[in-house]
Design a binder for this molecule. Structure first.
Ligand code: ZN
Length: 226
């Protein structure tokens, strides 16, 4: 009996020492779990251009055109289901361009995926204007889009995406509140645009309930500009 007790004591002490050694060398399994854990809130390291391009689901029926919602007059209109889901009426992102002279290239295929955006050819350095009031949620430099701006509208229903910018407007940063028509950047050919054809790649995404700048359903922007 005494022998067993001594053995048990020795075994227990040994296990405690072993645990202490593992702990001090960082080899405890729990340490590895922590090391491999994804930082909460980290954005997925993927090109949103690719994500958007590969998105196959399109609205079965385009949202009906609704006459302009109350123009941005400074005050934010109370968000109602009706007004927040209505197709917005947007300002032209390039001053002086007649939307009636533009042709939709939303459904064209670019690089093996649906374009789902509107290209507006314009000389390098032409100011790019916010199409609506709302906050900049992300400034992102992607392989395909180059220098990009993601802006949410005030109701956080829509995301406006401006790509291939040559440079941003001075002082622009994430969180900046842009007024409709305010300069956010300048036309360029960053990303996969040809240097010979600087243009604005402009896209509109209807946000899902998670309100992530990299998730949404692309909608043809052209009818919203007319
Ligand atoms: Zn484009």
């Amino acid at each position: 009996m005494k022998t067993i007790a001594v053995f048990a004591l020795g075994f227990g002490t040994g296990m405690i020492c072993l645990a202490a050694m593992l702990w001090s060398t960082g080899n405890l399994p729990i340490g590895q779990v922590h090391a491999a854990r994804v930082v909460p809130g980290a954005i997925p390291f993927e090109d949103p251009q690719i994500t958007h391009g590969e998105r196959k689901q399109l609205p079965a029926v385009p949202p009906p055109f609704v006459p302009p919602a109350p123009a941005a007059s400074g005050a934010t209109p109370p968000a109602t289901i009706a007004s927040s889901s209505a197709t917005p009426s947007l300002a032209m992102p390039i001053a002086g361009v007649d939307p009636n002279m533009l042709r939709s290239n939303f459904s064209e295929t670019r690089g093996g995926h649906a374009h789902e955006a509107l290209d507006i050819m314009s000389p390098r350095g032409t100011p790019v204007l916010a199409v609506a009031e709302g906050n900049v949620v992300k400034l992102f430099n992607s392989k395909q889009g180059g220098l990009t701006v993601y802006q949410f509208d005030d109701s956080r229903t829509w995301c406006y995406y401006y790509a291939h910018l040559d440079h941003y407007a001075p002082g622009l940063k994430e969180g900046t509140l842009l007024r409709k028509g305010e300069i956010l950047g300048y036309v360029g050919s960053t990303g996969d645009a040809s240097p010979n054809t600087p243009h604005l790649h402009f896209a509109v995404f209807q946000l899902g309930p998670e309100k992530n700048w990299w998730q949404g359903t692309a909608v043809d922007p052209l009818p919203m500009l007319k």
